[in-house]
Design a protein around this ligand. Structure first.
Ligand SMILES: [Zn+2]
Length: 188
């Protein structure tokens, strides 16, 4: 089992940055799911919208948390999971990778693509290829339940594109006091 040595543990909140592409993915999900009107309600509530965000610029994590919190408060907690799945299936840094790579390759490269979008926290993937199993661990990535659910959705979305018969189970959560969030994947 790989050990986490996260340099980001002591990183102050305002220095936890992520790529705008992540936030744009969330807005795209809201527009797709709830129409222009839904998106406008979100923009009004948050005070910022897609026009204020550039895909390759970095923004404090709190901005993406705000979008996910708006989602859970207005559309239910499940929406955050669907939102995560949408971002990986339809756009963003991960989707390119997912579309053109094998499932095993995606898992091998997940760490790099994670680092391309998230400038804090740590991800590891333990791949058990012969048994069609993998375990993803995220440390110091999520600060709210909504974000953890979105990550579960990301894993589910990636799997849905490549492995129709796959299951993702959340087995640990840092929000609940575990040392990291853990998602177990199995597939046929
Ligand atoms: Zn979690």
């Amino acid at each position: 089992m790989p050990e986490f040595k996260s340099p980001s543990v002591d990183l102050p909140m305002e220095k936890r940055m992520l790529k705008g592409g992540v936030i744009l993915g969330y807005f795209a999900f809201i527009k797709k799911s709830y129409g222009k009107e839904g998106l406008n309600q979100c923009i009004e509530a948050l005070g910022f919208g897609p026009k204020d965000v550039k895909a390759e610029k970095t923004y404090p994590r709190v901005n993406s948390d705000k979008v996910l919190q708006w989602l859970s408060e207005n559309k239910g907690m499940d929406a955050t999971r669907h939102c995560g799945a949408y971002t990986v299936m339809h756009l963003g840094i991960l989707s390119y990778l997912v579309r053109f790579a094998t499932w095993e390759k995606i898992l091998h490269r997940a760490k790099e693509s994670f680092r391309g979008a998230f400038l804090f926290g740590k991800m590891t993937i333990d791949l058990d290829e012969p048994n069609n199993k993998a375990v993803a661990k995220l440390m110091d990535v999520t600060s709210i339940k909504e974000s953890c659910n979105a990550w579960q959705g990301v894993v589910e979305g990636a799997m849905r594109l490549k492995r129709a018969n796959g299951v993702v189970t959340k087995t640990k959560c840092q929000i609940d006091g575990d040392p990291y969030c853990e998602y177990q994947m199995t597939w046929e």
